[in-house]
Design a protein around this ligand. Structure first.
Ligand code: PRX
Length: 648
């Protein structure tokens, strides 16, 4: 959707929802936090850094040489110790860290003491395999406890992990392993997806054959399916289980790389977003505690994101564990074992805080009120949303049907690059407008500006002060780091999103203003899908746009022209093209609709006019076509659109 269309659609929300009085009365954070951080932002973040255990205190809170920041300079700490040892040392070893729920119904309860032992064993195993501080380890796992254990084991020995979402293809894995030069891959035979085991190892086998940097592949047994075996492969149980269950962790510099997480940009090549230790952990711990009003002794917290995405990193692993929280970890899809599976889990574990994505909420809306209605959801007290704009209708439904009208909703805006939440209400403070993330959190500074970089009420979202969890760079690509985030507006981070202040100085996020799509809260670049399509032998050219979709936020729509020798055998070709994209990137990138057209609309200079294609994809009259080199192309596309079934 174009920025301007959004602006008018969202400008008149006048409903307000006050924080529940009871929650406000005992809230972790009050309005004072804004005053404190406004008075002295750096002092505010120092106070938050004191939530952590430091082996050596920092000498300087921030060294800012735009666009490079160092936070808590000279400080030393270990992220894994902060998430585990210190809680056990504080007598909280018996507290549950994770209630794991597998898709087939298997469960596992892991206390902090047990998690520490598992992580220690895994850290010892990685050391035995030759992994050292500063190395990279690729993690390609289902959402099982070993994913968190592997991440924390890497952190413990100072190696950076690069988690690759299990839905990505062998090719995507190759690109990421090679870019990071990863030494070890941690994977599983498979995971459970919609009631059936789904393999992971074959993609790793294919990838490792092309990645000489990988010396060992650790394989967790999850599904017991048949797997091919090479001399680099080792079963997790064979090497981890025999290790000592203690491990003396070393403290690392605050700026020690903690992880790389690859995300889509506006070109075909994914970017390895680099996060470091001290600042990242400070901000994820603070925001997890403040935004969810976490009471670690009593809350049962559930973030539904997969660890393959940044939300899983910051709010399923590092944030909750740094805070000593009890979390639910659920492997499967929302409809595995029944469309009320989530609500059954909420009821069974007495979940008090739920953090999920608008796509899921809209899907549940479609499934009907009866499913959540048949379960006891009265344990819930705070509801979170993340990943895409939440439309007011979904917000209200979430509040009424899931939250029983009692629970505040925190709509949290942030990105892989920001590492932690940036814009969000505080549940005990903010009077919320449905569909708005309201405003920057304490310690965070945003500016909405126009093309010329001047502050304005509607335009581009920028972050005009450094923040502790900010990305420290793009792995091996300083030029791209500067160009992507820091070149458009001098000295300021450009987020790629449009935003608007309304008449009450409330902030509305308006979606991406670049060629990045957001499908079910997953970031996919149009160029990435286009290059996947043109790598198919039948395709001459491809243009991809994100079209509004009632459930997934955006859906991928591809316009494709064929090579003259190619045969258009209708559905068979469309299916082949979708499968090809799944193979090149992953099933999440499969276009919802593919339209074979004789030509693409281009300007006289040869630029594809995506704006027109977006109009077509969203069923609108096409806008201005006067700049087209050949205006008749439009008629041909429209005709095609009228006759296409297009969807899976
Ligand atoms: O467009 C914004 C959207 O998701 C993008 C970041 O995607 P990713 O790095 O994958 O991280 C997603 C999880 C943090 C942003 O540029 N986005 C994320 N949260 C919101 C959002 N858009 C509107 N409202 C949100 N709460």
């Amino acid at each position: 959707m174009g920025l301007m269309t959004d602006l008018s659609a969202l400008s008149h929300e006048s409903r307000r929802f006050e924080p529940p009085a009871e929650l406000a009365a005992s809230a972790n954070v009050t309005a004072e936090a804004y005053e404190q951080s406004n008075k002295d932002r750096l002092a505010f973040w120092e106070t938050q850094a004191d939530r952590l255990l430091w082996d050596r205190r920092w000498d300087e809170v921030l060294d800012w040489q735009p666009p490079f920041a160092s936070w808590f300079v000279g400080g030393r700490l270990n992220a894994s110790v902060n998430c585990l040892d210190r809680h056990v040392d504080n007598g909280l070893g018996d507290r549950v860290a994770y209630h794991f729920v597998g898709e087939p119904g298997d469960t596992r309860t892991i206390t902090y003491a047990e998690l520490l032992k598992e992580v220690s064993k895994a850290a010892n195993a990685l050391t035995e395999l030759g992994v050292e501080a500063g190395d990279r380890v690729c993690i390609y796992l289902p959402l099982i406890p070993e994913a968190a254990i592997a991440m924390l084991a890497c952190a413990r020995i100072g190696a950076a992990h690069s988690v690759v979402f299990g839905g990505f293809s062998a090719q995507a894995l190759i690109d990421r392993i090679q870019d990071a030069n990863a030494k070890v891959v941690i994977t599983a035979d498979g995971g459970y997806r919609r009631g059936a085991p789904s393999a992971l190892k074959p993609a790793v086998d294919e990838a490792v054959a092309q990645c000489p940097s990988v010396t060992s592949v650790l394989v967790v047994k999850r599904t017991n399916q048949e797997v091919a075996w090479s001399d680099k492969d080792i079963w997790w149980e064979d090497v981890v289980d025999r290790q000592p269950d203690t491990h003396q962790a070393e403290a690392f510099d605050a700026e020690q790389p903690l992880f790389l997480l690859y995300t889509s940009g506006t070109t075909g090549k994914p970017k390895g977003i680099l996060h470091t230790t001290g600042g990242y952990l400070t901000q994820v711990a603070y925001t997890h505690w403040a935004v969810f009003d976490l009471k670690a002794e009593t809350d049962v917290y559930w973030c539904t994101a997969d660890v393959g995405w940044v939300t899983g990193h910051s709010y399923s692993v590092y944030g909750p564990l740094a805070n000593g929280a009890t979390s639910v970890l659920y492997e499967g899809t929302p409809d595995a074992g029944g469309k009320d599976r989530w609500w059954q889990i909420v009821e069974q574990y007495g979940v008090t805080i739920l953090y999920t994505a608008p796509t899921a909420i809209r899907t549940f809306m479609k499934w009907g009120d009866d499913l959540p209605g048949s379960r006891d959801l009265t344990s819930l007290r705070v509801l979170g949303s993340v990943g895409e704009p939440i439309n007011p209708e979904a917000w209200i439904w979430y509040r009424d049907v899931i939250g029983g009208g009692r629970c505040p909703i925190v709509d949290t805006w942030w990105q892989t690059e920001t590492g932690a939440m940036m814009i969000s209400p505080l549940p005990g403070v903010t009077s919320c407008k449905p569909g708005s993330a309201m405003g920057p959190l304490p310690g965070i500074s945003v500016d909405v500006c126009n093309d010329a970089g001047k502050s304005t009420s509607a335009g581009f979202l920028t972050l005009n002060e450094p923040w502790p969890a900010m990305l420290r760079g793009i792995w091996n690509d300083e030029a791209r780091f500067r160009e992507t985030y820091w070149s458009r507006f001098e000295g300021r981070y450009f987020a790629g999103d449009g935003a608007k202040w309304d008449e009450d100085h409330v902030l509305w996020l308006l979606g991406r203003v670049d060629d990045v799509m957001n499908v079910s809260g997953h970031r996919i670049s149009t160029t990435e899908v286009e290059s996947a399509l043109v790598s198919h032998p039948s395709v001459a050219e491809a243009a991809v746009v994100g079209a509004n979709d009632a459930t997934t936020g955006q859906a991928i729509v591809a316009f494709v022209t064929l090579k003259s020798a190619a045969v258009d055998d209708g559905e068979a070709l469309l299916k082949a093209l979708r499968e090809h994209v799944a193979k090149e990137i992953g099933p999440i990138a499969k276009p919802r609709t593919i339209l074979i057209t004789p030509e693409l609309p281009k300007t006289r200079s040869g630029k594809i006019m995506r704006r027109l294609l977006r109009d077509v994809a969203e069923g609108r009259e096409m806008g201005d076509v006067t700049t087209l080199a050949d205006p008749t192309v439009v008629n041909a596309i429209n005709e095609k659109m009228g006759t296409s079934s297009g969807e899976d």
